[in-house]
Design a protein around this ligand. Structure first.
Ligand SMILES: Nc1ncnc2c1ncn2[C@@H]1O[C@H](COP(=O)(O)OP(=O)(O)OP(=O)(O)O)[C@@H](O)[C@H]1O
Length: 225
């Protein structure tokens, strides 16, 4: 599903991370931890093709992300990825339901029932018609989560998805992500500083400036994941 080998990223002369390798298979729920500023969000952006690593290999669904042109990258993101951004990126001029419907519309498969189902699952079923400006931070975060899951993507990248939520809602959101992994065979890479969130994962990886610390950090040179 996802394979990184020897990934390096620097901004000008500042190396953010180097020698990052990992492999994630369908049906795996993997937590990514690491000190603030070590590059977890940057790594997710690189995986999604929103930022460019300086060197290394990055395979997603059998495709070498670094070799794709922007239209192919956009298609890959649209069809294969669900991304919960730290800053939500909820579109302010669209209602809650329209924000969540967006990934389905971009694939030409509008499905109001699915949108409502995911909104119910994140506890926003009664707020479908609201505009983002009328929501709390935690509610906005749940819109972002619903939007990342609505099209049943094979890979979910979630950047601190439970960060702004009360403990019960956070647990419910993590249940939902786990459900997507178990029921749909999706893979999930969850950036978190929360011990309890990380404890739900099949594996916990720690990003450091010199690479990924984990038992499987040296991903074997096998076929593209
Ligand atoms: N566009 C950019 N230009 C220059 N430096 C950047 C840019 N984006 C991020 N950085 C720097 O890269 C480093 C990694 O940032 P990143 O947001 O990926 O860290 P993080 O591990 O996700 O942090 P946190 O846990 O606090 O969210 C930081 O030092 C940050 O200041």
């Amino acid at each position: 599903m996802l394979r990184l080998r020897g990934l390096r990223k620097a901004y000008d002369l500042q190396v953010v991370f180097d020698n990052v390798s990992l492999q994630i298979h369908p049906g795996e729920f993997v937590a990514l931890t690491g000190e603030s500023g070590v590059g977890k969000s940057t790594l997710l952006n690189c995986i999604a093709g929103l930022d460019q690593p300086d060197s290394g290999e990055l395979w997603l669904s059998g495709m070498s992300v670094r070799e794709l042109a922007e239209p192919q990258l956009a298609k890959l993101r649209r069809e294969r990825l669900g991304f919960v951004f730290q800053a939500f990126h909820v579109l302010p001029h669209l209602s809650v339901a329209d924000n969540v419907a967006l990934p389905l519309l971009l694939q030409g498969r509008a499905d109001g029932a699915r949108v409502q189902q995911v909104l119910d699952a994140v506890g926003l079923g009664s707020l479908a018609g609201r505009m983002p400006a009328q929501l709390s931070g935690g509610q906005l975060q749940r819109v972002a989560i619903a939007r990342a899951l609505v099209h049943r993507p094979p890979l979910i990248l979630a950047d601190e998805p439970s960060g702004n939520l009360d403990p019960d809602t956070a647990a419910r959101i993590l249940d939902l992500l786990q459900e997507q992994v178990r029921q749909e065979g999706a893979a999930c890479l969850l950036v978190t500083h929360s011990r309890s969130a990380a404890s739900r994962a099949d594996r916990v990886l720690t990003l450091t400036a010199s690479g990924m610390q984990a038992p499987d950090a040296a991903a074997p040179a096998c076929l593209p994941a």
